[in-house]
Design a protein around this ligand. Structure first.
Ligand SMILES: *Cc1c(COP(=O)(O)O)cnc(C)c1O
Length: 959
């Protein structure tokens, strides 16, 4: 018998060595290149001693994949999956299996980043364009974005848009109809309070009576009623107000589009188009408005442009409206925003097509009418006289109904006094409706779905004729040609093939932390026990979720060194906003409401100033010195001179320059000494976990990007989770929720997201990561992230100047390559390098953030030495190509850099260039082994913005 080790320890660490790219011998080899004897020595050289944690993390040991999944399954089984008829913007749905497996469960789709390099993102850009087209068709408006975080935050964005574009400049008041979903009213009120707007909540049909800059209506209303909104919309607009309508996407299949009733903005959740409820998320929100307001639209817009060969090519349009350019003047702070879920919803529309969607919507509506008729014939009164899928039923003994419903495993809506609400969805069957009859009419009733069905068919519909859709939708061929599964499968695959994601090669986007999203971490996400819970179901049905989230919170509290954690914000930027609101409320509670200055270093991420603006703070920029560090003198001078009004400092650590600033404790002290709070942007936590922590350093609040540090995949631009950790003194001021009683948080603090725990269904990913790494594994991951970054720096620094380094000339977990001197000498730009990397099969590092003319490289711990070397060899080869341009061997007008990327089409037929085809597309032997072909040439940004076109391209354009 061979002598195999049965050491449990070894098995337990199995996941750690799979998550971490370089093995022990590779690590030694890398350390040797750097002249360092051990990982410990490197860390001592790199991380300032005064911020090193005195004690190890307390997660315990690593668990195996099998143990982790078994434990998560046991938690999942503590969730009770009731049939939820709660509605309120969340419905059961069937995720078509071809989409479930080939999109949601497919790393080709879920590991990509936001399409910053559009030439290798045409697949998801095409799907997002389909999402926009679907939005346009269903809403009846001119211009749509892709996509927002949830319906309630989309409504808050609509309010902000109204304020920007309304001609009623005098009014500071926004009207919200009381038939809007309660969580949306909550989120809008929170946002209004932060902006200093007044909110009137009143009956929807009184909106026109007020002097307001805008109004929000719901369609159908939260009670289920389908109202003709046209007159009220016109009345508000007559007083120069902007009207937004939050609409149910499935109802729009049958109902007149709100755009046709005159709405200025139409928004809503695309969840019920095939995205599981997931106890609150993630889901995509849609948002459409008039063409005239295009410059005010929040979030991303995908637009059609051309590439250098004149072919149709897609890209993100009008980026100049966004925070990374306009900072505190941006339309919104939205960065990560649910791309994967928007893609799923659009695929759902393609899968069913307009006819299939009509069948689904009609079926839902017919069953609802059967339910309504049966209940009425049985003597019950409905609060609404029209409906799409929801009725409110008056009940005498509500608690008896609730009890009986629970006994049958049914959830009804309970928050309307004297009534229960019932919403149906595409999964509801005739049997379910019969069961609802049994429940509400008693067992001896004689309501029968079959008999009632005939009566419903014979009767006039409850949707008034003028509110029925009489326009076509989804007429574009894309929604009408993939209705066999073979065709659908191939369409999904065809688009996937156009995009470079982590299953092809390393994506070294600095600040984005594109680490491994392990398969074992992803598996629980699509378990029904996590997927099918309604966010407003009774808490006792979500015991498994509560247990999982409590454990995850405790771990994150330990990792961050804070005292409490809020699991609500569904992106990093949303976390910033939530954290700044907590700071604001804290100051207010101490009679310091006037503290409204937010100091932000020059180098900060654009979301920081954009979030500060949303919290009505005044942004004051703090300078950085020539080494890229916060200029302490400037900070001290500003903090002291503004001490009376100082609210906080927002600082990223390690800095966005990729350096552990030695003075971080002093920075915190200066701010505190002047009465301010410290917001530490946690996007760079991958360089902190286990070595230091924001709480230990002295900060008061941080968001974590669970989709960076804690392995939630980026989904091509979302989902994400941005929980915030806070010190004790801020804990009473974090967000609450109007519908769900959350432990510990004050209900009336106001919500920042639609769902109490944000995108709860992706939290098992972070839970599993931490469980499988354990305390030591997590710390080791941080150390190797630092090792990998310093190794790359070591290999690249003779070829490209590294802009900033910290102590002992080390970088943290990322490094900035300065392309400006090269550009000066050769005319080749950082953009040319980014595009040339595509020819070599790589995604570019982060371009021109935080410094214009640079590339910021973050390898993460998950990349093995072989991949790091391949990447370094590639950049060095590109440097040699640049040298040829410098020496005049290639002209600046015709060389493989400025012509990059090259497509298959380019290398066929005539070859007009001064370099060879091989140089163009197989520049290194390793490239030929695993060639990634971009499907378009370099895309013309200017053309796209000048000729803004944001809907599906007519088929003729492709011919
Ligand atoms: C990614 C990032 C953010 C924003 O996070 P999102 O989840 O995309 O909203 C903020 N700050 C920094 C430094 C980041 O890298």
């Amino acid at each position: 018998m061979t002598n195999v080790s049965l050491s449990v320890l070894e098995q337990k660490q199995d996941f750690i060595r799979r998550h971490i790219g370089p093995d022990a011998s590779e690590q030694s080899a890398m350390l040797e290149t750097m002249g360092v004897s051990s990982l410990d020595e490197l860390i001592t050289q790199t991380v300032p001693a005064d911020i090193r944690l005195p004690a190890p993390l307390q997660m315990g040991g690593a668990r195996t994949e099998v143990e982790t999944l078994a434990y998560l399954k046991s938690l999942a089984q503590q969730n009770q999956v009731f049939r939820s008829h709660i509605g309120m913007g969340y419905s059961n749905t069937f995720t078509p299996h071809v989409i479930l497996r080939n999109v949601l469960e497919n790393p080709g789709w879920y590991t990509a980043y936001t399409p910053y390099q559009p030439e290798i993102a045409q697949g998801r850009l095409e799907m997002l364009l389909n999402f926009q087209q679907m939005t346009l068709d269903l809403t009846g408006l001119d211009l749509a974005s892709a996509s927002l975080l949830d319906e309630s935050t989309a409504a808050a964005e609509a309010m902000a848009l109204a304020k920007r574009v309304s001609k009623n400049k005098k009014s500071n008041t926004y009207f919200v109809a009381d038939h809007v979903h309660p969580q949306t009213i909550d989120v809008v009120k929170t946002r209004a309070e932060a902006f200093g707007f007044d909110v009137i909540v009143g009956a929807w049909n009184t909106a026109g009576e007020h002097d307001v800059f805008g109004a929000l209506l719901q369609y159908p209303g939260t009670t289920g009623e389908v109202n003709d909104l046209a007159e009220v919309i016109a009345a508000v607009q007559a007083k120069k107000g902007i009207v937004a309508v939050a609409a149910d996407i499935m109802s729009l299949v049958l109902l007149k589009a709100p755009g046709q009733m005159g709405a200025d903005v139409v928004l809503g959740s695309a969840q019920r188009f095939g995205v599981p409820m997931g106890y609150g998320g993630p889901h995509a929100a849609f948002f459409a408005t008039r063409d005239a307001y295009k410059r005010s639209l929040p979030g991303r817009i995908i637009g059609v442009s051309k590439d250098t060969s004149g072919n149709v090519a897609l890209r993100m349009a009008m980026q100049t409206r966004e925070q990374h350019i306009r900072r505190e003047k941006a339309n919104s702070n939205i960065c990560t925003a649910q791309v994967l879920l928007a893609n799923m919803a659009a695929f759902y529309a393609i899968y069913h097509g307009p006819q299939g969607l009509k069948t689904i919507a009609n079926r839902i509506h017919r069953l609802t009418s059967i339910l309504a008729l049966g209940l009425q014939q049985g003597g019950l009164k409905l609060a609404n006289s029209s409906w799409f899928d929801t009725v409110l039923v008056a009940v005498d003994d509500k608690s008896a109904v609730i009890e009986a419903a629970q006994a049958r495993g049914i959830n009804l809506r309970l928050d309307v006094s004297g009534h229960v609400g019932i919403s149906l969805d595409e999964t509801t069957t005739a049997t379910n409706v019969n069961e609802l009859f049994d429940l509400l009419l008693g067992e001896s009733h004689n309501a029968s779905v079959q008999v009632l069905d005939q009566q419903v068919i014979d009767a006039a519909g409850v949707i008034p004729a003028n509110l029925q859709r009489d326009t076509e939708f989804l007429t574009h061929p894309v929604f009408n040609r993939y209705h066999s599964e073979t065709e659908m499968l191939r369409y999904i695959k065809r688009l996937e093939n156009k995009d470079l994601s982590l299953n092809h090669s390393m994506i070294s986007l600095g600040s984005c932390t594109m680490k491994l999203n392990a398969t074992a971490e992803m598996i629980p996400v699509t378990w029904p026990e996590f997927g099918q819970l309604h966010p407003f179901c009774p808490r006792e049905q979500a015991k498994g979720y509560t247990a999982m989230m409590t454990e995850l919170s405790d771990w994150l509290i330990n990792i961050t060194g804070y005292d409490a954690l809020l699991m609500q914000p569904n992106s990093g930027a949303q976390g910033e906003y939530a954290g700044l609101l907590a700071i604001r409320k804290y100051h207010e509670s101490r009679g310091d409401a006037h503290r409204n200055i937010c100091l932000i270093p020059q180098s900060a991420h654009g979301t920081n100033p954009a979030s500060a603006q949303m919290a009505s703070m005044k942004v004051v920029v703090v300078a950085c010195d020539t080494d890229g560090n916060i200029d302490l003198n400037d900070l001290r001078e500003k903090a002291e001179s503004m001490a009376d009004q100082l609210s906080c400092l927002m600082v990223t650590y390690p800095s966005t320059h990729g350096v552990y600033e030695e003075t971080i404790r002093e920075v915190c002290d200066i701010v505190h000494a002047n009465g301010g709070q410290v917001y530490l942007d946690g996007a760079n936590m991958n360089a902190q976990v286990g070595l230091t922590s924001p709480g230990f350093i002295g900060a008061d609040v941080s968001h974590l990007n669970l989709h960076k540090t804690f392995c939630i995949p980026h989904g091509g631009g979302g989902p994400g989770m941005g929980p915030i950790g806070v010190k004790q003194h801020l804990a009473p001021f974090v967000a609450g929720h109007a519908v769900v009683d959350m432990d510990g948080e004050a209900k009336d603090n106001g919500a920042v997201s639609a769902a109490p725990y944000g995108s709860a269904s992706i939290l098992p990913i972070s839970w599993a990561y931490i469980a499988m790494m354990g305390s030591q594994g997590l710390k080791h991951a941080t150390e190797v992230a630092i090792l990998n970054a310093n190794y790359l720096t070591q290999r690249l620094k003779e070829h490209f100047p590294v802009l900033y380094t910290g102590r002992n000339d080390r970088v943290a977990h990322e490094c900035i390559l300065d392309i400006r001197p090269l550009k000066e000498a050769s005319g080749i730009t950082e953009m040319d390098i980014a595009k040339r990397l595509i020819d070599y099969g790589f995604h570019s590092p982060t371009m021109s953030f935080p410094v214009a003319g640079t590339l910021m490289v973050e390898p993460t711990e998950s990349e093995a030495k072989v991949e790091l070397d391949r990447f370094a060899d590639t950049l060095i080869a590109i440097r040699q190509e640049i040298a040829k341009v410098e020496k005049g061997e290639w002209s600046l007008e015709d060389n493989p850099l400025v012509n990059a990327p090259h497509t298959q089409q380019n290398v066929m037929g005539e070859w007009p260039h001064s370099y060879s085809r091989e140089t163009a597309v197989y520049p290194l032997p390793s490239v030929a082994q695993n060639k990634f072909w971009p499907t378009v040439n370099r895309i013309d940004d200017v053309y796209g913005d000048r000729n803004l076109f944001c809907a599906c391209v007519p088929m003729s354009e492709y011919e």
